[in-house]
Write a protein of this length. Sequence first.
Length: 193
Amino acid sequence: MITLPFFKKPTHRERHRAARETKRRDRAKRFKALRDQIYWARFLGYVGRHKKTILGISALIVLGGVLGLALPFLSRFVLDYIVPKQDYALLNWVILGGLGIYLLHAVLRYYEQRLVTTFSMDLVTEIRRDLFRYQMRLPLTYFENNAAGKLVSKLTYSVMMIKVLVETFAYVCLRESVNILLLTVAATVIDWR
């Protein structure tokens, strides 16, 4: 009987090697999961120091979202009450009110963005300061064995990615989630049917 090479039974050595490789992969996965938990806990520790700023940003996001929804309600008021009665004096007041709401909305968005930028820069400064303190305690052999570019990369690029995470991803996700929630509520209130 002819046996093909790809149907051959694995030898004891091959089975042992495969089992060792599987164990090694499992240990690596567990180590990576534990390392990720430690990194997230450390990052959330840095973020947790800025609770008041985060609450301020959240309040400005909600207030800005509510003001952004005022314009559709003003449009509904104009179409339902002012146009049928042809009350142009009230229309002027509604237009001025809408302009005021729009300007207030823009001012709130400005302060919101400013708070987010300040928060992310403070976070980056803290992380860099701690990294620098840590590196100052390292033995000289560490600096002899590691390339200077790798150290500079850790202090600049890697930490800047945290700034990008905070300023873009986390901030935009929070803001747009609030906007979707407020738009859903507004759509329900405007047209209940």
